[in-house]
Design a protein around this ligand. Sequence first.
Ligand code: S5P
Length: 252
Amino acid sequence: MPKRISFLKRASLTRHQMSQKLFKIMEDKKSNLCLAADVTSQAKLLEMADTIGPDLCILKTHVDILEDYTPDFGSKLRLLADKHNFLIFEDRKFADIGQTVWYQFTKGIYHIAEWAHIINAHIVPGPGIIEGLKGSSLLLLAEMSSHETVAKGAYTKKAVAMAEKYPETVMGFICLHSLTKDPGMLHLTPGVKLEPGKDALGQRYRTVDEILIKNKSDIIIVGRDITHAKNPIEAAAIYRKRGWECYVQTLA
Ligand code: S5P
């Protein structure tokens, strides 16, 4: 099996400044764990960011599920990101024409551009969506974890081709497998548990080993198995450790 290049080396193989920063955080913290902090209370989210933050390279938000959102949310989360050295990824999954996604990214209630380091987008609209988000730090949804997803085959190939045209904006992919030989591109995979399985609404879970060793992804995105654990801090520590072991095991 071909071995992987270290995250540290890959930091020098991308022109994207946010990717360089992320690769360095991963190496410094020995973490390729992204927490999907899917809770509906801002206070709870900020508490998790403070307690689990030391184990994370990225904390992923869905700001629009917060029931008690206040405009200082972004600045409070940024303080914790600085304190614990992780990046904030707002999982907004933009999916409209360029002009509209630019408004959605910069305006409205959430002003995502002011606090999120990383965002993501579907490729359904075509390259105009990347044009609309130009200069941001963008992940393209090339594959999805859910049952009977249509993001596969030619669709996935199209996502990779679109990413290659915008190296100054696109950092990599939300995907299930490594999709490109370009070592500067990042692969982040959701649908992760310690045992394979599914939820009641179409989510499909694969194991950390399958995603990082067999499928050669870079970062695991873990949600409910940490947030709903009896002890989320311990659960996060287990995922960080296993994720890093899998990475080290596949190094050249
Ligand atoms: O294909 C996808 C893409 C994403 S970003 N499948 C996903 O599940 N996600 C997100 O990952 C989803 O929105 C959620 O925040 C997280 C998975 O959460 P879990 O609780 O199932 O681990």
